[in-house]
Design a protein around this ligand. Structure first.
Ligand code: AMP
Length: 283
C-alpha cells in the first residue's frame, strides 16, 4: 500500500492506473477506523481494481473547535488496518496540502437546496459546507468510478448525492448500511471517547429506535417523535438534541405516514461530552 500525502503525487498515481484501464474506488474517512469504515473499504476493494482510502480529519467541517481538538487520531493503526484489507493507496494529507489559506478561512459556498436547513445542518452551521468542500476536492483528485458512504451519516449521503448531481461529477455513489457494536450502538470513531458506563448507556439509543418501528403506523409521527425523545431522555446519561421523522429523500419532516414511501427516524444524542448520531428506517 502506498501512503501518499501530496495532491500532485496522488493525481499522478491515479493517472497511471487509469492509463492501464483500471477502475478506481474511493472511501473518504476521517480515520480512527472501525468496523463501520471496514465495511465500506471491503466493498470498495471488491468492486474496483484500485481501492483508495483517504484519512483526513477535515478542519473545515468542524464547527466546534474542541470537537476538532479531541477527535481521535491513530494514523499508524489506520495504515496497518488498510494495508491488511488490501487497499492500494491511503491518502493522508495535512490541511495545508489540500487547502489554501483562503479556503481554510472562508465558508465554502454551495446551494444545498434546503437540505442543510434541517437536523445536522441546523445544529452544526457550516458543517456540510466543509463536507462538500473536501469531498468535491477528493472526487476531483481521484476521479473515482465509485465512492462509498455510510448511511449512519444519513443527511451527509443525501447532500453528497445532490453535490454529485449539481456539480456534474461522473461516478456512482454507493450507500452502505450502518454497522453496529454488539450492543446495537452504531460504530463511530467518537465511541472511543465514551467511558465504559457511557458506552452501556449509549446502547439505549438503538434499543429505543428499534422499538419505535413497532409503532408504525399505529401512532402518528408527532406522537412517536415525543415518545422516542422521552424514552431516550429517561435513560441514564442521555440527552436528545433532536429526533426527527423525515422523508428519506427530501429530509423534510412528515406529519402523516402517508406523506412518503421512504421514511427515516434520525436522532442526535449527547452522552456525556460525546455527540452521537443514529437513524433507522421506519417505512
Ligand atoms: P468518518 O470517518 O466518520 O467521516 O466516516 C467515514 C465514512 O464511514 C462515512 O461515509 C461514514 O458514514 C461511514 N461510517 C462511519 N461509521 C459507520 C458505521 N457505523 N456504519 C457504516 N458506515 C459508517
Amino acid at each position: 500500500m502506498q501512503i501518499i500525502r501530496s495532491v500532485a503525487e496522488l493525481e499522478s498515481a491515479i493517472e497511471n492506473f487509469k492509463k492501464q484501464g483500471k477502475s478506481v474506488g474511493l472511501v473518504p474517512t476521517m480515520g480512527a477506523l472501525h468496523d463501520g469504515h471496514v465495511s465500506l473499504v471491503s466493498k470498495c476493494r471488491k468492486e474496483n481494481d484500485i481501492a483508495v482510502v483517504s484519512v483526513f480529519v477535515n478542519p473545515t467541517q468542524f464547527n466546534n473547535k474542541t470537537d476538532l481538538a479531541t477527535y481521535p487520531r491513530d494514523e499508524k493503526k489506520d495504515a496497518a488496518l488498510l494495508e491488511s484489507k488490501g487497499v492500494d493507496i491511503m491518502f493522508a494529507p495535512q490541511p495545508e496540502d489540500v487547502y489554501s489559506e483562503e479556503e481554510m478561512s472562508k465558508t465554502f459556498d454551495f446551494d444545498f437546496q434546503g437540505l442543510d436547513k434541517v437536523m445536522e445542518g441546523l445544529q452544526r452551521p457550516g458543517h456540510f459546507n466543509g463536507v462538500v468542500q473536501i469531498v468535491s476536492k477528493l472526487l476531483s483528485f481521484v476521479k473515482p468510478d465509485k465512492a462509498y458512504f455510510g448511511e449512519k451519516d444519513f443527511q451527509q449521503v443525501a447532500i453528497i448525492k445532490l453535490m454529485v448531481r449539481t456539480m456534474g461529477f461522473k461516478l456512482e455513489i454507493v450507500q452502505c448500511p450502518i454497522i453496529r457494536e454488539e450492543s446495537g450502538l452504531a460504530r463511530s470513531s467518537r465511541n472511543q471517547l465514551l467511558s465504559d458506563d457511557e458506552r452501556k448507556n449509549a446502547a439505549n439509543i438503538y434499543r429505543v429506535l428499534k422499538e419505535s418501528v413497532n409503532f408504525v403506523p399505529s401512532i402518528a409521527p408527532a406522537e412517536l417523535t415525543q415518545k422516542v425523545v422521552d424514552e431516550i431522555n429517561a435513560c441514564d446519561g442521555l440527552q436528545v438534541e433532536y429526533y426527527e421523522i423525515v422523508n428519506g429523500d427530501t429530509l423534510q419532516k412528515i406529519s402523516s405516514w402517508d406523506d412518503a414511501d421512504y421514511v427515516v427516524g434520525c436522532v442526535t444524542v449527547h452522552c456525556g461530552k460525546v455527540r452521537l448520531i443514529d437513524n433507522i428506517r421506519l417505512k
